[in-house]
Design a protein around this ligand. Structure first.
Ligand code: ADP
Ligand code: MG
Length: 349
């Protein structure tokens, strides 16, 4: 079902503007990102940064105002209302934070999973039942299949919700803070369920979370800041573990740990080469609306403009001062530690 080596998701310059009365809120400001088939991606970001907006667009629940978004070769912007509905029902599975939004309380676990299949016009009852049972097996709840939702714990309900999301065999599973309302042990069980499905079915999965422990368990984490991707962190598994994949030797046979997972954070540039300088860094260095950028050996150095402080806005300089600045070195007094933002360094070998 997936399209060769191409990314499963491509977002280019995605913009979403909400209009409320006379006010315009720019929730996504030209967001670029791609997701490979089979990848498990985490999205983090402060409240209001645009995470849910992005998930809703990927899930076909909302349309972007501009830009490009394609999932599994389908251009979501070009779809009619009816086709977008179809996409939403058949191509993506959605797990929300509030379990109530995913499930119908008076139906059993099995019936909840069969419902989306019925809505997608699957009429063969035995086929539906068999697939629903398989899914409950996959999320570890087969024994509870005849329980009504009200007879299940929060974590169990969320695992049923994952099974419901998979009922129509989507190419993409989306979770918007799916562990947001449960304790940490339950969160871990839910996360293990996502991870297992991703591994066993090769299911492309995106999970929004602000739990750092959850974020560490995915292949890659992208951070959204003000409606754009600002950084991404890639989980790197040691060569040793990679070599062991599929072998599962007893850990005790080895002196060295089998799992050595490291994380490397990168600044992300958009298609036009723009990158974000985090607010904390800008404030720390007194970078306002402008900065100086220059190439130095193997890195790019970004410096505040002397005499310009964010708190004062762009201070007006006289022509003489501006000319003097052009010929002046940055005063050495300003070269204090932390003064230079070294943004791009080659990865250390
Ligand atoms: P997050 O999920 O990261 O907390 P959201 O995507 O929900 O962020 O929101 C991003 C921005 O868009 C916020 O400023 C929010 O107030 C605004 N927003 C989200 N949904 C709507 C809406 N339906 N109408 C108006 N503004 C919205
Ligand atoms: Mg949200």
């Amino acid at each position: 079902m997936q399209n060769g080596n191409k990314p499963l998701i491509i977002c280019e310059n995605l913009v979403k503007i909400y209009k409320v009365a006379d006010l315009e809120v720019v929730a996504l400001q030209g967001l670029d990102f791609t997701v490979e088939p089979g990848e498990m991606l985490g999205i983090v970001g402060t409240s209001g940064s645009g995470k849910t907006t992005l998930m809703n667009i990927l899930g076909g629940l909302d349309r972007p105002s501009a830009g490009r978004v394609s999932v599994d070769g389908i251009d979501l912007l070009s779809l009619s209302e009816k086709a977008l509905n179809e996409y939403q029902r058949l191509k993506v599975g959605f797990v929300w934070q509030q379990t109530g939004r995913n499930l119908i309380p008076y139906l059993t676990a099995l019936e909840n999973i069969e419902l989306p299949m019925t809505m997608a016009w699957v009429s063969n009852h035995r086929m539906k039942r068999r697939w629903a049972e398989e899914l409950l097996q996959a999320v570890g709840l087969y024994e509870r299949r005849f329980h009504k939702l009200t007879q299940l714990s929060g974590g169990e309900q969320q695992r049923v919700a994952i099974a419901v999301a998979l009922a129509n065999k989507p190419v993409l599973l989306l979770g918007d803070e799916p562990t947001g309302e449960v304790d940490s042990t339950t969160a871990q069980t839910i996360m293990d369920t996502f991870r297992g499905l991703n591994r066993d079915l090769g299911l492309t999965t995106i999970i929004v979370t602000h739990d750092p422990r959850i974020a560490e368990q995915v292949d890659r984490v992208v951070a959204i800041r003000d409606g754009k991707i600002s950084t991404e962190t890639i989980r790197q598994v040691s060569q040793l573990e990679k070599a062991m994949v599929g072998e599962h030797p007893a850990e005790t046979e080895y002196d060295v740990p089998l799992r050595e997972v490291t994380f490397q954070e990168f600044v992300v540039l958009d298609s036009a080469g723009r990158l974000q300088i985090p607010k904390e860094l800008r404030e720390q260095l007194g970078i306002g609306k402008r900065a100086q950028m220059e190439l130095e050996d193997d890195c790019i150095v970004i410096r505040p403009v002397p005499g310009e402080d964010e708190t004062q806005g762009a201070k007006r300089l006289t022509l003489e001062e501006q000319i003097a600045l052009l010929f002046e070195e940055v005063p050495t007094a300003q070269r204090k530690p932390g003064f230079i933002a070294r943004l791009i360094k080659p990865a250390k070998k």
